[in-house]
Design a binder for this molecule. Structure first.
Ligand code: 13P
Length: 341
């Protein structure tokens, strides 16, 4: 019933020169980031923060869709317009985080499985009515001694596939996000091996659960050494390993791939995306773009600091990052663009 609409939505999410703004931090993640900066952790502060981000003039020139958290999709702008409506007016598509977080996987120390399948069908219907047209579910895989285990990979892939199937039944395009964490001291090669196994398993489960590839977006992590690794790798090495891994695992029918930033610095996340789109221009079946959270928001959050007077500067910071990443999605990002700001 929603097939044509979902194909069109998925294509619009990865349309040339645009990416996705992940602004779906849960209460605890948003509050932790605020606390670090001495910003009050109130409902109104979280609303004002999202107001600052989402009403940035020109955001829709570079952003196709915004992922919201449940609290935000029920909130409104300072002049009373529901955020979902304001997003549409700015030429973007509202999306919603549907998972309820990564919880300890029983019997698997140090590993998690993402929850949120209970009542998911009803929640999808409610969010569709509120204006959402796509959704997100993040699975988390940690690299360590003997992990991720096969059990953890399969449990998370199964949950992602059940989520994606229920989304497509209810008219929401699922963003399928299996994040292999950068935490740890692993090498680029180990990151490749784990990401490859995870993506193979995820797409096998998506197939088993009859998820339509044309009606979804993949949101993977990049293939990158652990943040504590002593291995030095170039931007080109990360770009090459990441694209090689995706070419081996992701069906060509998927309309697009939008990366998470996963704790990379803002400029490195942009440089990696740009290198993939430069080195592999014309050699990939799907567009590669961004669906960053921290790598888009961090400079704006630091400029804002909870103060109304800082809103214009904070918006400039966000506008700069989305513009640079838009250029990177086209392989047109340069160091001069950074300096120009
Ligand atoms: P980061 O870009 O900060 O990793 O966040 C993206 C996201 O949506 C995580 O689920």
């Amino acid at each position: 019933m929603y097939a044509d609409e979902m194909v069109a939505t998925a294509q619009a999410m990865v349309t040339s020169g645009k990416g996705i703004l992940a602004a779906d931090e849960s209460y605890s993640t948003a509050n932790k980031r605020f606390e670090k900066l001495g910003i009050p952790t109130t409902e109104e502060a979280r609303r004002a923060y999202r107001d600052m981000l989402l009403l940035t003039p020109g955001l829709g020139d570079f952003i196709s869709g915004v992922i919201l958290f449940d609290e935000t999709i029920h909130q409104s702008t300072h002049d009373g317009v529901p955020f979902a409506e304001a997003i549409v007016t700015a030429g973007m598509i509202p999306g919603i985080k549907l998972d309820t977080g990564a919880k300890p996987l029983a019997g698997a120390p140090g590993e998690t499985v993402t929850e949120g399948l209970d009542n998911l069908r009803d929640r999808v219907a409610d969010y569709y009515k509120l204006g959402a047209r796509f959704a997100k579910w993040r699975a988390v895989l940690t690299i360590g001694d003997g992990i991720p285990s096969r059990r953890c990979i399969e449990a998370n892939a199964h949950a992602l596939a059940r989520y994606a199937a229920i989304c497509q039944e209810g008219g929401l395009v699922p963003i399928v996000e299996p994040e292999v964490l950068m935490d740890g001291a692993h090498t680029l090669e180990r990151s490749f091996e784990v990401t490859e196994e995870v993506l193979h398993t995820v797409f096998a489960q998506l197939y088993l659960h009859k998820v339509v590839p044309e009606q979804m977006i993949l949101k993977p992590s990049m293939v990158i050494p652990g943040e504590k690794s002593s291995q030095q790798v170039s931007v080109e090495a990360v770009a090459t390993a990441t694209v090689k891994c995706l070419l081996c695992t992701v069906p060509a029918a998927v309309p697009g791939i939008a990366f998470l930033s996963g704790g990379q610095s803002e400029e490195l996340a942009t440089a990696h995306l740009n290198a993939m789109n430069t080195l592999f221009k014309g050699k990939m079946p799907w567009p590669l773009t961004f669906s960053y959270g921290r790598a888009l928001q961090q400079p704006a959050l630091l400029a804002w600091m909870g103060q109304d007077a800082n809103v214009p500067t904070a918006r400039q910071a966000l506008h700069h990052r989305v513009k640079c990443n838009s250029a990177a999605s086209l392989g047109q990002y340069t160091e001069e663009m950074e300096k120009a700001a």
